[in-house]
Structure formats: structure tokens, C-alpha cells
Design a protein around this ligand. Structure first.
Ligand SMILES: Cc1cc2nc3c(=O)[nH]c(=O)nc-3n(C[C@H](O)[C@H](O)[C@H](O)COP(=O)(O)O)c2cc1C
Length: 198
């Protein structure tokens, strides 16, 4: 599914977004628009370079070992069916990988932090270390984790600029997240970010 083109201008100054950013743990049931979701995807992992492969967040050696998934239940995002989607930076597209409503299952796999299921979407950042360890050896794991932090902050600040709020979770059972979402076992979950209206 091709996403709406992302904007490169906005009404909120980056300083304001930084000042306002907080981890929010309660969300309104109001759905996101597909434009808002597309903008969040772009801020996280969108292609921004003229060469067509460099992305919004930095990556050691430009090796991009990260993947971005969206978990959305029915009516959580306008014009998007419930399910789990993989973001494809090259085409600025979402590929469906499941049609199940799994927000509550993800929350249960996150030490039952059920507040995260009140958000219309949870964004999951995963790393595939083998994409970076060929060049950097065991240090690649560290680089991927640093990269996840950059992506997470981009999501936080883009959410603020869209009038949304985000949260961040690192407390979850990795294997359970992969099982619930049926992800490749090489995609290590690092950060989950609920996003919605605060
Ligand atoms: C790596 C990481 C993991 C975190 N994991 C959780 C979590 O599992 N649950 C949670 O409620 N908050 C989690 N937080 C959010 C922190 O509690 C929060 O960032 C901190 O209290 C500072 O508040 P602020 O983000 O609103 O400025 C996490 C933050 C980071 C950076």
C-alpha cells in the first residue's frame, strides 16, 4: 500500500517539539489519519537522500539494519485495515504481514503494560544485527541500538509536530513480541512506541 507523500515543512518549531516531548501513557480513542501515519514512517525511516537510499535517521556505514513495523487495530487509522504492517522505505509503502488486531497481545507481551493498547498504533523498531556485523563485528549490535534511539527520537518529535503524543517501551519479552507478531526471528525488537492523541 503506497503511503501519502510526506511533508518537509511544518508549523511546530523543532525547539518547541523538543520542549513539549514527554512519554505519554494514555491516549484518546481518536484515529490517526493515513497522512499522519505516513509522516511518522517517513520521519523514522523515510528515504531523504537524493541518491535514493539514505534515510531520515543516521546509520553506521549506511547499512540500515533496522525495520519498522506498525501494529494497528480496526478503525485506529483512517483508510487502514487492522493488522501488522512492515514499512518499506524504498517505495514509502506499507506491506501487510497480518490482518489481526494485536495491540492488546503486544501489551500483554510487554509485561502487561496495557496502557500502550489505548494508543491507535504501536510502532515497533527492530534490528537485524547480521546486516551490520559483517562490517563491524560484535560492535554492530551497539551501533544498531544507537540507531534505534535516533529513530525513536525522530518519531517522538514528528508526533509532537503533528499534534500527537508518543510513548516508548523497552520492557517486553523479545521472543513473545516476535511470536505474537509473527516476525522473522532475526528481527530483534528494540523499542515499541505507542502514538496517538494525548
Ligand atoms: C530505552 C527506554 C525504555 C523505556 N521503557 C519504558 C517502559 O517499558 N515502560 C514505560 O512506561 N516507560 C518506558 N520508558 C520511558 C521512560 O520511563 C521515560 O522516558 C522517563 O520516565 C522520562 O520521561 P519522559 O520521556 O516523559 O521525558 C523507556 C524509556 C527509554 C529511553
Amino acid at each position: 500500500m503506497k503511503l501519502p507523500r510526506a511533508k518537509q515543512t511544518g508549523m511546530v518549531a523543532v525547539e518547541q517539539a523538543i520542549a513539549q516531548r514527554r512519554t505519554v501513557r494514555s491516549y484518546q480513542s481518536k484515529p490517526l489519519s493515513l497522512e499522519q501515519l505516513a509522516q511518522l514512517m517517513w520521519a523514522a525511516q523515510g528515504i531523504t537522500g537524493k541518491s535514493g537510499f539514505k534515510r531520515a535517521a543516521p546509520s553506521a556505514g549506511a547499512l540500515y539494519p533496522m525495520d519498522l513495523y506498525v501494529v494497528a487495530d480496526g478503525a485506529c487509522v483512517e483508510d487502514l485495515e487492522a493488522g501488522v504492517y512492515h514499512y518499506e522505505p524504498a517505495g514509502h509503502m506499507l506491506s501487510p504481514i497480518s490482518d489481526k488486531s494485536l495491540l492488546r497481545d503486544v501489551a500483554r507481551a510487554s509485561l502487561s503494560q496495557m496502557w500502550m493498547a489505548t494508543a491507535p498504533v504501536n510502532l515497533l523498531i527492530t534490528a537485524e544485527y547480521r546486516r551490520i556485523e559483517g562490517k563491524y563485528g560484535s560492535r554492530g549490535e551497539r551501533y544498531a541500538m544507537i540507531e534505534a534511539g535516533h529513530i525513536g527520537q525522530n518519531i517522538f518529535l514528528q508526533a509532537e509536530a503533528l499534534g500527537l503524543k508518543a510513548g516508548i517501551l523497552g520492557a517486553f519479552q523479545d521472543g513473545e513480541i516476535n511470536r505474537v507478531l509473527d516476525l522473522p526471528h532475526t528481527h530483534e525488537p528494540l523499542i515499541i512506541m505507542p502514538v496517538g492523541y494525548g
